[in-house]
Design a protein around this ligand. Structure first.
Ligand code: ATP
Ligand code: LTN
Length: 337
């Protein structure tokens, strides 16, 4: 009797830009879920260097940051043997598909993207066309692999919605071609806020280093950043509207300890903010210590990292080649030899 064949796994795709050391926001909002899901899905994770150049990058620095970001991704538990891991520019199909999809994307849709509005305000001297079409490239990343699920933070929800619209529009115009992907968000920590201005998202490119915890910050730095985190004039550790700073710290503490908001409130009842901030710092530092040790090991082994990238890019290329062939036929291009 033949063994029953298991249903094929659904596919995940996600990416992160090599624009600096990852923050606790990137880690809790996205990468921790990549790790959690990597065995239950056919997982593909990439370092989005094509996206990174929408903001001015110093070439030598970008090359270093890409290598570091790749090592960080592995240090966070993404295993090149269990997931496909690669660098976006090493698979040319992303850029190729992006062009085709840009012809199924409306100018008006792109104009409504809040990230475009934010980034063009922050980089007023470099509002380039790539910054505007950034979400089309992100749609190409996802659709080229026919991903079912995309684990991301809440700030990328609007881009994912656009990718879904592009897929649906293309499918309607040319016939069923792309899987329409769903987003996957963490229960706690889909949007960590700046420690210095808790109404603003924690972002790697924040010019104030105290605003975010980088996952390679040492313990003293982490403790200091939490100690200085902006809170309010109240003293009670509880999750309430208007207590943005405390809500953010409670979210972080909950995300790294697994405790609920009620448990956290009970734990710090009557203690004030000082001991709470210290406990958050300790818990985060303990949580990040193994990632930091693994990163130190990996970054010293460039040959291994390069080998993983090259193999990953080859695996990725073989998947997207088929998808691209189908797209080119659908839109009416003559087959390439
Ligand atoms: P940049 O500051 O260069 O724009 P970023 O910190 O916003 O970078 P990205 O590379 O754009 O980081 O994002 C990688 C992943 O991390 C995405 O899935 C994004 O949604 C998630 N993410 C980014 N910031 C946060 C945050 N503050 N809270 C939760 N998730 C986040
Ligand atoms: N735009 C994303 C990074 C990114 C991405 C993707 C995420 C590029 N391509 C595809 C999910 C799927 C960001 O985090 N700023």
């Amino acid at each position: 009797m033949s063994e029953p064949t298991a249903a094929p796994k659904k596919r995940i795709f996600s990416a992160i830009q090599p624009t600096g050391v990852f923050t606790l926001g990137n880690y809790i909002g996205a990468i921790r879920n990549w790790h959690k899901l990597q065995d239950d899905f056919d997982s593909i994770y990439c370092i989005a260097d094509l996206h990174a150049i929408t903001v001015l990058q110093e070439p030598a620095e970008l090359r270093k940051n890409t290598m570091r970001a790749f090592a960080l991704m592995l240090a966070c538990g993404i295993d090149p043997k269990r997931s496909i891991t690669f660098v976006q520019s090493q698979n040319p199909h992303h850029a190729e598909l992006s062009w085709v999809l840009s012809c199924s994307t409306m100018f008006g849709e792109l104009s409504r993207m809040t990230q475009f509005k934010d980034k063009s305000a922050r980089h007023a001297d470099n509002i380039n066309a790539g910054l505007f079409t950034y979400p089309v490239l992100m749609a190409a990343d996802i659709l080229a692999y026919n991903a079912d699920l995309v684990p991301i933070g809440a700030d990328q929800k609007q881009h994912l919605e656009l990718a879904r619209n592009i897929a649906q529009r293309f499918n309607q115009r040319y016939g069923e071609t792309f899987t329409v992907p769903d987003g996957y968000f963490p229960e706690q920590g889909a949007r960590l806020m700046s420690l210095q201005d808790p109404t603003k998202k924690m972002s790697k490119s924040d010019e104030n280093a105290n605003a975010c915890v980088y996952i390679l910050d040492d313990k003293d730095t982490i403790l200091r950043k939490f100690k200085r985190a902006v809170t309010d004039s109240d003293t009670e550790v509880c999750y309430k509207e208007g207590k943005d700073g405390i809500n953010n710290l409670m979210t972080i503490y909950g995300a790294v300890t697994g405790k609920t908001m009620d448990e956290i409130t009970a734990e710090f009842a009557g203690q004030g903010y000082g001991p709470f901030k210290e406990a958050v710092g300790e818990a985060v530092a303990d949580h990040l210590a193994p990632v930091q040790a693994e990163y130190a090991r990996l970054i010293a082994d460039k040959a291994y990292l390069t080998q993983c990238m090259t193999e990953g890019a080859g695996q990725a290329f073989r998947i997207t080649r088929k998808a691209l062939q189908k797209v080119y036929r659908r839109v009416g291009f003559i087959d390439r030899l």
